[in-house]
Unconditional design. Structure first.
Length: 343
């Protein structure tokens, strides 16, 4: 992965200005990569003397509560004091991390769009980013935004600028966005970066335990229910899907993040090449898509569910009922398969 030297110079010059008011924003339903990259980048900016606030549209999963600095993140949806809105309105620079379009911020997007004076900097690894950023580090070949932030810090200030606290944050995103180093873009340079983080003093077993072994009993039972009762296979067993309605989630005391990883499980079945998870919300159904090999769920999401993401991990939305959404998915899969996209 080669970073643009021109963009590095532009970013260095921007950050050399004294005491900038900076807001770092990340996508709706922030995950380990979104939170980890935002908090780590905030550490860098604060070390330069800037005033920094991290803002997310809604709550991050509870199994990230342990992350260093997480209490400094402002949740826009529940920000009764208006601290996030005021910070965005007054910001000199807005850093957009781990998303490729302002629309991904949903309830926060209008507030961001209203500040037309702030410089906007994109740091992201999703496909097909929107235009309109003053500086854009868009690298779909990067396994995570945390890895991209690592490379940026390395290019700007050297590896020695990465503290142990930052190393913990960066490792979370590298670990979670690669499925514990099992997905694509697993380059030698990524593992060299991980080695550097270990040399900073992080404990990989401890971080893994904090993220993957901190679920509630309700989540464990919900997972069993989803696999046993809700998983369906179509297209001769090569495509899977699961769905959860609001009343089903309430039965298991659902919390934000409880369905994390469910969509991946069907891919442990030998024949399955593509998997979908339909999760009901009050006004829409959120769709998570996963695949392996050459099956492009980014293409599928963009074509059929007004979404997008990565080749093997994408998402979208539906404003239909659950039954109508699933019917649309099945028809779309048949069309997608008929065009040869499922191999």
């Amino acid at each position: 992965m080669e970073l643009s030297e021109k963009h590095i110079v532009s970013l260095r010059e921007l950050l050399a200005r004294p005491r900038l008011r900076i807001v770092i924003v990340s996508h709706t339903n922030p995950d380990g990569d979104a939170v980890g990259s935002s908090l780590a980048w905030a550490e860098v900016l604060r070390s330069l003397g800037h005033e920094v606030l991290c803002v997310v549209p809604n709550k991050y999963p509870y199994f990230l509560d342990w992350m260093p600095g997480i209490d400094e993140v402002v949740i826009f949806k529940t920000d009764a004091e208006g601290r996030a809105r005021q910070a965005v309105e007054q910001a000199d620079v807005i850093f957009c991390l781990d998303f490729n379009a302002i629309s991904r911020l949903e309830i926060l997007s209008e507030t961001i769009a209203a500040n037309t004076a702030a410089r906007r900097v994109l740091i992201d690894h999703h496909l097909q980013p929107d235009a309109g950023f003053d500086i854009a580090f868009s690298h779909p070949e990067s396994s995570s935004t945390c890895y991209l932030v690592y490379r940026l810090v390395e290019a700007l200030y050297g590896r020695e600028a990465i503290t142990r606290r930052m190393a913990e944050l960066l490792y979370v995103g590298m670990m979670t966005d690669t499925g514990n180093f099992a997905f694509s873009h697993l380059t030698p340079d990524l593992f060299r970066a991980v080695a550097d983080l270990v040399e900073k003093g992080i404990s990989i077993p401890e971080i893994h335990n904090n993220v993957y072994n901190a679920y509630t009993e309700g989540r464990a039972r919900l997972f069993g229910y989803a696999i046993n009762r809700k998983m369906e296979l179509i297209e001769d067993g090569t495509v899977a899907y699961m769905s959860l309605k609001e009343n089903e989630m309430r039965r298991f005391q659902f919390q934000q993040g409880d369905s994390e990883g469910f969509v991946n499980y069907a891919l442990t079945i030998r024949k399955v090449k593509m998997s979908a998870m339909f999760l009901a919300h009050r006004k829409f159904i959120r769709i998570s898509l996963r695949s392996r090999g050459d099956v492009d769920v980014n293409l599928f999401a963009r074509r059929y569910f007004n979404g997008g993401g990565h080749k093997n991990a994408a998402g979208g939305k539906s404003y239909l009922t659950m039954e109508e959404t699933i019917d649309h998915y099945i028809r779309s899969v048949r069309e997608f398969a008929a065009e040869g996209h499922l191999g």
